[in-house]
Design a binder for this molecule. Structure first.
Ligand code: GDP
Ligand code: GDP
Length: 437
């Protein structure tokens, strides 16, 4: 559980985002390397020689208003906090500058494996200078060219080798429900965690093992085992970058990766903004169970319809999360906080649910009988047989005469019928039409 993470650090313009885009390039449908464009994507998955890993472009977490040296130092700290292996990038056309030195000093003390990449070594003659970079103190320097893609293979071999030295997450009991609180800064994520853990004071323990495990907290409540993912990260306070939106997205993505259930926290006082949708969208796309928690409910002026109205508002903003239960809580007054655990448990159970094949096929047959598929250019979809092929989230293969004839609206109709028959509250489900063999 938990893929290794590589973070790229270095001062502006050394070529971090160029290299980042190259590393993830083969996974991207749209190439986003227009120079000068704000970088949207700073965290992505990739793989090298069969090893899956995540990569962070720390340069994308911009701390506007901060002096350059502060920025690069904070970005180095993010890399140290988030990554298993750090790729420190410098510009081979300019040599080592004061800002590079500032990054290096942070990294010396990190205790994490650091690889030095000397970028913009566009032609082989330039490689003669590579030996100068041994003096930076991170061992063998890797000459690369982000523009041409050269040197990246050797570098990635070294990265993968460094990952090998990173210990695995300690295996958690598969019964443990792993959940996280995600959302933009200041919605109350850490306050909620404090309340949840406050209640469980007696039985809280940090999961022993590697440093990364120590960021989670496991406990038992009503005989169910839970782990809150990234408790340490949420409780930590005071660094400049922690309240930036980019960093909150990064943390959310990291937490989603390791969770069964994601609680998307919304600020009930401020309402829903674009950033909330983005974060919720990541959890949905990753196939996690999702709960929407509207926090700070204490400050909302209420009458008997407020909750209903707000729920409607949530539904309108998150049409892709129609399955997610909405809970209203206040971490400040503790009101309705007791509604969270039942929602988490239900979502986790449904996320892992397997349905009986014969019951599933009865449901599908009834659905088709009530509302037969429409014809398309004289041809009609024939639904033959359905079977559940996966859990977390539940996935169903529906065998048909021709998958091309399965229209989006009919697939949604079948999904709705499956949802009516089985309780999949809290979890996305996937449906894959397949040609009968
Ligand atoms: P970042 O600020 O560190 O992320 O740097 P960028 O990736 O935005 O790159 C800064 C500039 O350097 C851009 O104009 C890139 O096109 C250019 N650049 C990046 N990699 C290379 C390289 O390998 N060779 C050369 N000549 N230019 C590069
Ligand atoms: P995070 O950045 O999402 O972890 O948010 P915090 O937990 O740090 O909370 C941000 C601010 O909102 C703090 O000042 C909290 O005291 C406040 N806050 C958190 N939950 C509530 C709540 O339920 N009601 C009110 N009124 N304030 C809250």
């Amino acid at each position: 559980m938990g893929k290794p993470v590589l973070a790229i650090v270095g001062r502006p313009n050394v070529g971090k985002s160029t290299v980042f885009n190259r590393l993830i390039g083969h996974r991207l449908s749209i190439v986003e390397d227009t120079p000068g464009v704000t970088r949207d994507r700073i965290y992505a998955s990739s793989d090298w020689t069969g090893v899956d890993y995540d990569v962070i472009d720390t340069g994308g977490i911009e701390l506007t208003d901060e002096p350059l040296l502060t920025q690069v130092r904070e970005q180095a700290e993010i890399a140290i906090d988030e990554a298993d292996v750090i790729l420190f990038m410098v510009n081979g056309k300019e040599g080592i500058t004061a800002a590079d030195q500032a990054v290096a000093e942070k990294l010396y003390r990190s205790g994490k494996p650091v690889l030095l990449a000397v970028n913009k070594m566009d032609n082989p003659e330039m490689r003669a200078d590579i030996f100068d970079y041994y003096s930076v103190g991170f061992g063998e320097p890797y000459p690369i060219s982000g523009s041409h893609g050269s040197g990246l293979g050797d570098l990635l071999d070294a990265v993968v080798e460094a990952f090998g030295q990173v210990t695995e997450d300690a295996a958690l009991d598969p019964e443990t429900i792993r959940f996280s609180l995600i959302g933009r800064p200041n919605v109350g994520k850490s306050s909620i965690v404090n309340v949840l853990l406050g209640e469980e004071r007696a039985i809280v323990s940090n999961i022993p093992g590697t440093t990364r495990d120590a960021t989670d907290t496991s406990f038992v409540k009503d005989k169910h085992h839970y782990a809150i993912i990234d408790t340490a990260g949420m409780r930590k306070r005071g660094k400049v970058y922690e309240k930036t939106e980019k960093y909150s997205v990064l943390r959310a993505q990291r937490a989603i990766e390791r969770s069964d259930v994601c609680i998307v926290v919304i600020n009930g006082e401020e309402g829903i903004i674009e950033q909330d949708k983005k974060i919720a969208g990541y959890a949905h796309q990753a196939g996690r169970a999702v709960i929407i928690a509207v926090n700070k409910w204490d400050v909302v002026a209420k009458d008997e319809r407020t909750m209903q109205t707000f729920t409607k508002n949530v539904r309108a903003h998150f049409p892709f999360l129609a399955y997610a239960p909405v809970v209203f809580v206040s971490a400040l007054t503790n009101k309705r906080m007791h509604t969270l655990f039942p929602a988490i448990r239900q979502a986790a159970e449904n996320h892992a649910m397997r349905v009986q094949t014969n019951v599933l096929n009865d449901v599908i047959a009834d659905a088709v009988a009530i509302n037969p598929p429409p014809t398309d250019k004289g041809r009609r979809l024939k639904v033959l047989y359905a079977t559940q092929v996966a859990v977390k989230p539940p996935a169903f293969v529906i065998f048909v005469n021709d998958p091309e004839l399965m229209h989006f609206s009919y697939q949604r109709y079948l999904e709705n019928k499956i949802r009516e028959a089985f309780d999949f509250t809290g979890t996305p489900i996937n449906i894959y039409p397949r040609m009968r063999k």
